[in-house]
Every structure is written in C-alpha cells, then in structure tokens.
Ligand binder design. Structure first.
Ligand code: PRP
Ligand code: URA
Length: 175
C-alpha cells in the first residue's frame, strides 16, 4: 500500500478544490453541486462545508445522485442502489459533479445520463479527488482535480473517509 494523500494533505486539497470551484462559479445562486453516491458524497459534503464557511449565509444548492440504474453493467452484475436527493430543478444551472475517483469514466458517463432527468443544465463540470489519468475508456476529463496519478490496471485507489472508514487518507493498493 502506498499513501497518496495523508489526512492533512487531504484537508488542504479539499480546501483548494472548494476555492477553485468558487473561483469559476462566483454566481453561487446559479450553481448546483452534486455528489455521486456512494463514495463521492463524503468529498461533496466537505466541499459544501468549506464553501459555506467561506460564504456564511449563502445558499448552496446541493444534491446527491445515485447512478446505479444508469450503469452500463447493470444487467451483468448485482448492484445495491443508493438514494438520489436532488430537491430542485437543474434547468439552466451550472452543475458541478463530484466524485472521489475518476478511472475509466464509466461512472461519470452514467451520471450524465442520470442527471439529465432533472433538467437541462447550462453547463456540467467535473470535480474529482483522484484522477487515474491515462486509464479512460470514455472521452471524459475532470475540470477540478485533487491529485492526478499514474497507476496500472492491477492497482486500485482507495479513499478512506472518517465518517465511513474511521480514518481519512488516500492510498494506492496492489492486488
Ligand atoms: O471511472 P470509473 O471506472 O467508473 O471509476 C470510478 C468510480 O469507482 C468508484 O466507485 P465503485 O468502486 O463503486 O465503482 P466500480 O464498482 O465501478 O469500480 C469510485 O467511487 C467512482 O465512483
Ligand atoms: O482505483 C479505483 C478505480 C475505480 N474506483 C475506485 O474507487 N478506485
């Protein structure tokens, strides 16, 4: 196991990502942040907290999206569905999709499909904590990246979140 981001590095990275999102989305009223279930929401929760701290009193439109039924392997494998919670329209809004890891791009392909059930956004951006670059199977690239890494097929990135796993760290695991 190789550590990619320690707890303190992760905290700094999340702050930076929040600032970058704010830099590009000064009109927060027209922006919607969407965390992807199940593991992207730990990152999106922290990004939203950081943005709210920066602009106390500002309303941040924040939702959570489950892509299970939009996966391209839904008929091949058994998947447990999670909850979608988007209590507003995204019509004409600038959407920032948020996930922990970007690898083949299949999750984001499915997320784009799932998202369009909620309206026609003006623009969709992608924020990921870890970009496993050069591993894409779809033409999908992130707009905000915590850290880009080189990795091989036999490896897996694991993001540990305090709320879920009892500790906060990003690691590269060998199988
Ligand atoms: O770019 P991709 O190849 O889609 O991988 C990225 C996704 O993989 C992880 O989820 P999970 O382990 O639930 O997804 P998986 O079963 O598709 O690996 C991670 O939380 C991302 O959502
Ligand atoms: O390395 C990877 C690839 C897909 N999903 C992950 O969570 N990690």
């Amino acid at each position: 196991m190789k550590s990619i981001l320690t707890e303190s590095q992760l905290a700094i990275t999340i702050k930076r990502l929040a600032h970058q999102i704010l830099e590009n989305n000064s009109e927060l009223a027209n922006t919607v942040l969407i965390g992807l279930q199940p593991r992207g929401i730990y990152l999106s929760d922290q990004l939203v907290d950081a943005i709210r701290k920066e602009f106390p009193g500002t309303q941040v439109h924040y939702g959570k999206l489950d892509i299970t039924f939009y996966r391209d392997d839904i008929r091949k494998e058994l998947h447990i569905a999670n909850q979608t919670d988007i209590p507003f329209s995204i019509e004409g809004k600038r959407v920032v999709l948020i996930d922990d890891v970007l690898y083949t791009g299949r999750t984001i392909r499915a997320a784009l499909d799932a998202l369009l059930d909620f309206g026609r956004p003006e623009k969709v951006e992608l924020c990921v904590l870890i970009d496993r670059r050069f591993s894409r199977q779809f033409p999908i690239q992130p707009d905000y990246v915590g850290k880009a890494i080189d990795s091989i097929v036999s490896q897996r990135v694991k993001v540990y979140w305090k709320k879920k796993d009892g500790r906060e760290e990003v690691a590269l695991l060998d199988y």
